[in-house]
Ligand binder design. Structure first.
Ligand code: PBG
Length: 326
């Protein structure tokens, strides 16, 4: 039927009707809150390019997790800034490593908090790349060894989900095998399946002190121009045993999220990355946009595109709005 029989505005005049016909609902349960843990005590070091985010020592981190839990945000993604780095990222595999310490402390202090542990070498290597360097480039197969070790070590500390973000070929299979051999066959893997070589990670590299000291990540992360290749990456990770697949970044890659959900019908996560967060914060601070409104619109669009899980630095502020406190 066409106009004048059809008038699409009929469902927009009344607020309650508008709410009734709302197709996409964002929930606090959808949100994952990323956090950065560093050595020391009582440390809360602001990350200048990510207002409201901090490098936190374990004691401060535990309090932040309690704050998240009190708002109903029950899931965090942990990144570590170690005291010392080494060439191969072995510091990430130690049972007293910074993330391992943090996991134990959170588990002891809070009952109901899901800890997703990021697995990658870039925060732990002196050169800032995501794996072992051979001939001036990240060597795929030797990196798999440290990734598997790191995963098992994080599992031993009590991580609930293992999230490899390195983009090496074959890492999901290798991590799955290592976890199973160590008795962690029940631990899910959330793989950063389609992770692009993106300029939107800039602020994170300040936060995690993980900027590559030479070159860039384009020999392992994906070319932003490619969509079919993302489907091959995702298919490979599912084949290797990924339980949840992630697309990263989110906002400039909504088409990839949409394709992923439609083609694979898998639990799908999207990472609303640091640069996406900082752009909203910067424009908001200048009063160029209504920050809260844009934040919610961004998160909703990621959900509408097909994401079941949204990893976002906005998690607590968004939870306040969803909980009706603001
Ligand atoms: C580590 C990693 C990165 C991010 C998450 N895990 C940085 C990178 O690949 O350089 C970025 C997250 C963000 O920008 O918020 N491999």
């Amino acid at each position: 039927m066409a106009f004048p029989d059809t008038r699409l505005r009929r469902l927009r005049y009344n607020k309650i009707v508008r709410q009734m016909v709302t197709e996409t609902h964002l929930r606090v349960d959808d949100l994952v809150y990323p956090l950065f843990v560093c050595p020391g005590e009582n440390v809360k070091k602001p990350i200048s390019s990510m207002p409201g985010n901090y490098q936190m020592s374990v004691d401060v981190l535990v309090e932040e997790c309690k704050r998240a839990a009190s708002k109903g945000v029950k899931s965090i993604l942990l990144f570590g800034i170690p005291e010392h780095k080494d060439e191969h990222g072995h510091v990430a595999c130690q049972s007293n490593g910074i993330v391992q310490q943090a996991i134990r402390a959170i588990k002891e202090a809070i009952d109901d908090m899901l800890i997703i542990a990021d697995v990658c070498n870039c925060e732990y290597t002196t050169h800032g790349h995501c794996g072992t360097i051979i001939d001036n480039d990240v060597d795929n197969d030797s990196t798999l060894k440290t990734l598997a070790q790191q995963s098992v070590s994080l599992a031993e500390a009590g991580a609930d989900v293992i999230a490899p973000s390195d983009m090496m070929d074959g890492r999901v299979a290798r991590i799955r095998a290592a976890l199973d051999e160590s008795g962690y066959e029940k631990l899910p893997i959330m793989s950063y399946a389609a992770k692009y070589a993106s300029g939107f990670y800039g602020p994170f590299r300040e936060a995690a002190e993980s900027a590559p000291q030479f070159g860039d990540r384009s020999t392992y992360q994906m070319n932003p121009a490619n969509s079919d290749e993302a489907m091959r990456e995702i298919a490979a990770d599912i084949e290797e045993g990924a339980d949840i697949v992630m697309v990263k970044p989110a906002l400039s890659y909504l088409d990839i999220i949409y394709r992923t959900k439609n083609e694979f019908e898998m639990p799908t996560a999207a990472y609303n990355v640091s640069g996406e967060f900082s752009m909203v914060k910067a424009a908001g601070a200048n009063d160029w946009i209504d920050e809260q409104r844009v934040m919610m619109e961004v998160l909703l669009s990621i959900k509408r595109a097909g994401a079941d899980i949204i990893i976002t630095y906005h998690a607590l502020e968004a939870a306040d709005i969803l909980n009706g406190q603001k």
